[in-house]
Design a protein around this ligand. Structure first.
Ligand code: UTP
Length: 281
């Protein structure tokens, strides 16, 4: 199975921080967000990955590309652990970079990977979203995909006042935490939301998704919405939602970025720094 990581958006919710710096490159603890995402795919057994990026986001590609000069300089200076660290990043996976020429929405970004994916099932991991948990979210979805042989995506319980920030699902529960999806609605007002289960940003699709995505024209907010193609899948085929109980951080927002940094520090070498700060509160 291959994976597609859309990371070409403008990040308007996080301006001015994202004017020159891609949000996917914002560090969380000791590595950029996009590296957390690539590592999640690799941990799920997926090593052929396409990152959808934009001309304004060269830093993402640079992060994963070998840099001969830097490597030579580190070698010469005897900085071998640093050298090992950057080589590890270069060799994480087989990564292809695909440019989305215009930011026409998530659905359009995924369509850019159609040739890369071919006629195979594929995972999608939003490049600005970190998920933690054991098994990791993508691995859980890959397992569920094998079990159900149908498209599947993760959801989480949200608060009523949060519905306008999520795609919301409705359907029939077929197993603990698993729903056969009947409908999806993008960012509804709380009174129009059919449930409080919000789409999280991790998916495994059959290749039919592309067929439906091509049919979808601009939807909510003038963007080509992935949710609209998923709705077609639900109506004409089968798609399941799976409740993921791990933690999810939307790094496109200040709150989640800040929170991820703090919470993920707890298990890092920087936990004592965090402890010191908390004592001052
Ligand atoms: P978001 O809607 O969260 O990202 O898309 P955005 O458009 O960058 O953010 P705002 O709303 O303007 O703040 C989720 C993921 O899809 C990618 C984004 O980079 C992000 O990782 N995306 C979004 C694309 O690749 N292309 C697009 O046209 C839109």
């Amino acid at each position: 199975m291959k994976a597609v990581i859309p990371a070409a958006g403008f990040g308007t919710r996080f301006l001015p921080l994202t004017k020159a710096q891609p949000k996917e490159m914002l560090p969380v603890v000791n590595k950029p967000t996009i590296q957390w995402v690539v590592e999640e795919a690799v941990d799920a057994g997926i090593t052929d990955i396409a990152i959808i990026t934009g001309k304004h986001k060269q830093a993402i590609e640079n992060h994963f590309r070998p840099t001969k000069k830097l490597e030579q300089a580190l070698e010469k200076a005897g900085k071998l652990s640093e050298l090992e660290e950057i080589r590890k990043v270069n060799n994480l996976a087989n990564i292809e970079f695909i440019i989305q020429e215009e930011q026409k929405g998530l659905g359009h970004a995924i369509l850019c990977a159609e040739d890369f994916v071919g006629d195979n099932p594929f995972a999608v991991l939003l490049g600005d979203t970190i998920c933690t948990g054991n098994p990791n979210c993508t691995r859980g979805l890959v397992n569920m995909f094998k079990e159900r042989n149908s498209s599947v995506f993760s959801v989480e319980h949200i608060k009523p006042e949060e519905t306008t920030r999520y795609g919301i699902v409705s359907g029939k529960e077929v197993a603990e935490g698993v729903m056969l999806v009947e409908d999806l609605i993008e960012k509804p007002e709380p009174e129009e939301a059919p449930s409080l289960l919000g789409i999280q940003g991790r998916y495994v699709f059959t290749p039919e998704l592309f067929e439906y995505q091509r049919k979808v024209r601009s939807g909510a907010g003038g963007e080509v919405q992935l949710t609209d193609a998923m709705r077609y899948l639900a109506k004409n085929d089968k798609i399941f939602s799976w409740r993921f109980d791990g933690k999810r951080y939307d790094i496109g927002t200040m709150k989640d970025w800040f929170q991820s940094h703090l919470e993920l520090s707890i298990e890092s070498e920087f936990s004592s720094v965090l402890e010191g700060v908390l004592k001052k509160l």
